[in-house]
Design a protein. Sequence first.
Length: 355
Amino acid sequence: MTRILAIETSCDETAAAVIIDGRHIISNVVATQIELHRRFGGVFPEVASRQHVLSIQPVIEQALHEGGIGHVRELDAIAVTHGPGLAGSLLVGVNAAKGLAFASGLSLVPINHLEGHIYSNWLIAPGRAEPVPDDAFPAIILIVSGGHTELVLMLGHGHYRRLGSTLDDAAGEAFDKVARLLNLGFPGGPAIQKVAEQGRADRYTLPRPLLHQAEHRFNFSFSGLKTAVFNLVRQLEQAGIDLADGAVVADIAAAFQTAVAEVLVHKTLDAAIHHQARQVCICGGVSANAQLRELAKTACAEQKLPLYIPPIFLCTDNAAMIGAAAFYQRQPPHMNSLAVDVFANLPLPEILSTY
């Protein structure tokens, strides 16, 4: 039995968790900063890092207490996100993990935040029928969040090949910007989903960027879609249509959400078929979107492809996924804990493959 304390502070969530054998969540504590950043319409990096400093110790202590860990030395390792993310936020978590590792003599396992999202699908959680099986490779992974939109071919544990990514805005970033344009508040994803439930997606026509461009088969672009919404709003205003009308805003939100979901699902299924994947996994904050989940479920069922999406509480940033990723690292590093550094733009590790 391997017990790992995991710490995650890549953006605006201060999180710690105790995970057993990469699958079982013994504790999972998340201190959110949404209310702090709502006034800015997005995450304010300096505010985020300062709040992490205030929250990190009580969050770790709570995770250990809820996990039944009386002393850090009862653990087998400590894992921490060291990138990608906001440098100031990452430093808080990494420095806390370094201190614990140094004092306890435990090994420190630095984890890529994107890899953590991937392994959120390996966790056993309440309300989840079955997590991802350990040996169903190759798999197609869609990582879709506020900062990332990437299609990855996963050949095995720790073996990744990036197929494509966004050329500009990530999907979650586009949700935030469109929500701001429609005065729906922050974070944009949940706000747009709630309003879109009352809207008609077919009332306004919006583009599906890069959907049929062979040279960008597995790439994404959401900047143009965001601009299309901006232009639509201006056209409606010039036509004298009142954007304070909830029905109009709901229709725009529904059209935008549908466009994003259709592009994400189409390219993910195309990649799965092309690479003869045995399963599809979707992860990251935007994977909480109900329409994306429903479209993906229908599309995968038509192709008889197993689909895995984490429960909602594991879609957004959390430390449980970091603990899972640490367990599945093929060769956990036994390094001087003080040598771990942060990398704001850390890419997902890839292998050279002719697959």
